[in-house]
Design a protein around this ligand. Structure first.
Ligand SMILES: [Mg+2]
Length: 259
C-alpha cells in the first residue's frame, strides 16, 4: 500500500456508492477500511435526508463501515449551517420524522416560518402538505432544498427523489430554491476545508455524474465516478461532465487511486 501524494483527502458519496438499500456494495467495506488504515482524511457526503446523522452512522456501522458520526456530512447538516448563518430561527421542515433531530436547535413551526426546508419526505408527501409548503413560501418563507436530485435507486427500482417536488414548489411560487446539498459548491468546499486540505488535493467518489462528479469538479475537486447505484451510461453521455476516473465500483476506484 502506498499513499498518493496528489490526493490528500477523499469524500465518499454514500447511497449507490458504498451501499444500495441495506446492502453494502461488494468490496466497499474493505475499500473504506483500506483508506482508513492509510490514514487518509475522509468525509462521507450524502444528500440523503431520510435519516438523522446519528441514525445514518448506526446504519453504516451495522454494514461494517468504520465511520464516526462527525465524519458524516449530510445535506441536513449543511442546511443548519446555512440557516444559522442567516439568523433564521423558525423553520418548517418537510423531512421524515427520523431526520428531524438534526434541526433540534431550531423552532420547528407550521405557521409563518422564516424558511421552508424541503428534503426526502418521500411517501410522506400529499397534495395537502405540498400545498401547505407552497402557501408558506408565498407568504414570505425562504425556500431551502436539501437537494434537488431527480431520482435514486432502491432495491425495488428507481424512485422519485426530492427534486421533482422542489421543482413543483419553484414552479408554483416563482421562487428559486437555495440548494444546500450536492451539487452546491459550498457543500464540497466546507467538507474539504474541514479536513485542512485544498480542494485540488481531494477526490470525491460517487455514482451521480451530475450531483457528485460535476459538482465536485466545479468546486475544484477531482471527481471519480463508479458504475454502481444510479449510474447509467446514457446519463454519463448526456451530462457534459468528464470524470477524472471511472471504475466499476468503489473497490476498484480505491485500488486505482491508492495501489
Ligand atoms: Mg449516490
Amino acid at each position: 500500500m502506498t499513499t498518493n501524494p496528489e490526493l490528500q483527502a477523499v469524500l465518499f458519496d454514500l447511497d449507490g456508492t458504498l451501499y444500495v438499500g441495506d446492502e453494502a456494495v461488494p468490496g466497499a467495506v474493505d475499500a473504506v477500511s483500506r483508506v482508513a488504515d492509510l490514514g487518509i482524511p475522509r468525509r462521507y457526503l450524502t444528500n440523503t435526508t431520510r435519516f438523522s446523522r446519528r441514525a445514518l452512522r448506526e446504519r453504516l456501522v451495522s454494514m461494517g463501515f468504520p465511520v464516526e458520526e462527525d465524519e458524516l456530512y449530510t445535506a441536513s447538516v449543511a442546511a443548519t449551517y446555512w440557516l444559522q448563518a442567516r439568523g433564521f430561527r423558525r423553520v418548517a421542515v418537510y423531512l421524515p420524522e427520523a431526520a428531524r433531530s438534526d434541526f433540534a436547535d431550531f423552532e420547528i413551526v407550521e405557521e409563518s416560518p422564516e424558511a421552508v426546508v424541503v428534503g426526502d419526505l418521500g411517501p410522506g408527501w400529499s397534495f395537502e402538505r405540498l400545498n401547505h409548503a407552497f402557501r408558506q413560501v408565498l407568504e414570505g418563507a425562504h425556500l431551502v432544498a436539501l437537494q434537488k436530485n431527480r431520482y435514486w435507486r432502491t432495491p425495488e427500482g428507481l424512485m422519485l427523489d426530492a427534486g421533482p417536488l422542489v421543482a413543483a414548489l419553484e414552479y408554483a411560487t416563482g421562487q428559486t430554491a437555495t440548494i444546500v446539498g450536492k451539487p452546491n459548491g459550498e457543500f464540497f468546499d466546507l467538507a474539504v476545508r474541514a479536513l485542512g486540505v485544498k480542494p485540488g488535493r481531494a477526490v470525491l467518489i460517487g455514482d451521480d455524474i451530475e450531483a457528485d462528479v460535476g459538482g465536485a469538479q466545479r468546486a475544484g475537486l477531482r471527481g471519480g465516478l463508479v458504475r454502481t447505484g444510479k449510474f447509467r451510461e446514457e446519463a454519463l453521455a448526456s451530462s457534459g461532465v468528464t470524470p477524472d476516473w471511472t471504475e466499476d465500483s468503489v473497490a476498484e476506484m480505491v485500488e486505482r487511486l491508492w495501489p
